[in-house]
Write a protein that binds this ligand. Structure first.
Ligand code: 0L1
Ligand code: MG
Length: 268
């Protein structure tokens, strides 16, 4: 991450790119990856655009509930052609109720992936936050499905572009039952993802940096680079355990998590 602290975009470029991403998100239309126009764009530039986007969501009256870690498994990094994880912000109105109908018309290429979500009870601070500190500060964990929606045409993007697009954040659904971290082994939870009654993906939670708590620590260390801490009461998605599976109107999705229960939804 330190290597990426270098920025190349002017303030005007950041605002312009933020407006481009925001319009693609609000209008559900695909755009070309940002590095096509700005080939020198760095990861730090991507976060400048993401932070500008977050300010605009907040200015429009939305409430931030927490953050997400993304691209946290080797398989996912390989699938997406990137080499380090990313983070994005989560707003209250990205949440959808368990078993609800999720509209696809306001998304570009929706896909679903299974994640462990954390809810914190104490503040966490970087730059040296550890998985142990995350576990001590966790109120409970619960099973979640993230609906990601890359706004880039044909899923062609790189790390600066996907970070600027808020890590493809779109919707998230939680379900199952909250569990105390002392009662589950977060490294060995098995997960299956069924689409229309067929197993579409499966995995074990160790796929997420060895332990999803590591992904939360990484996230805390990244936000500390711009002076943020993770307040008590934050909701954090720790990254996909399974690969992401494309969904369309008419699909039903059921994610079953060992120890944590299940999460279901349908797409309309
Ligand atoms: O949640 C994530 O792992 C971020 C995914 C970003 C790339 C994609 O849209 O698949
Ligand atoms: Mg995810």
């Amino acid at each position: 991450m330190n290597a990426a602290v270098k920025t190349t975009l002017s303030r005007e470029d950041v605002v312009r790119l933020c407006e481009r991403v925001e319009s693609a998100q609000l209008g559900a239309h695909a755009i070309r990856k940002l590095t096509d126009e700005y080939p020198a764009m760095t990861l730090a530039d991507g976060y400048l655009v993401q932070n500008e986007l977050r300010k605009r969501w907040l200015a429009r009256g939305h409430r931030q509930v927490g953050w997400k870690a993304g691209l946290t498994s080797r398989a996912k990094m390989k699938q997406m052609g990137v080499d380090v994880p990313s983070i994005g912000f989560l707003m209250a109105d990205m949440a959808r109720a368990e078993n609800s109908s999720i509209t696809v018309a306001d998304m570009v290429h929706p896909r679903v992936e299974c994640e462990v979500a954390f809810v914190t009870k104490a503040e966490l601070k970087g730059p040296n936050c550890t998985a142990e500190q995350v576990l001590a500060a966790t109120d409970f964990v619960l099973p979640a499905v993230e609906v990601i929606d890359s706004r880039f045409s044909g899923f062609k993007f790189d790390l600066p572009s996907v970070v600027a697009d808020n890590g493809s954040s779109a919707r998230f659904v939680t379900g199952g039952r909250p569990r105390n971290v002392a009662d589950v082994d977060l490294r060995t939870l098995g997960v299956t993802l069924e689409k229309n009654g067929e197993i579409a993906a499966l995995g074990a939670s160790a796929a997420v940096l060895g332990n999803p708590a590591e992904a939360v620590a990484m996230l805390v260390n990244i936000i500390s680079e711009w002076g943020d801490t993770l307040p008590a009461g934050s909701f954090v998605m720790s990254g996909g355990i399974t690969e992401a599976i494309a969904v369309k109107a008419g699909d039903t999705v059921l994610a079953r998590f060992q120890e944590l229960g299940s999460v279901s939804m349908r797409f309309v």
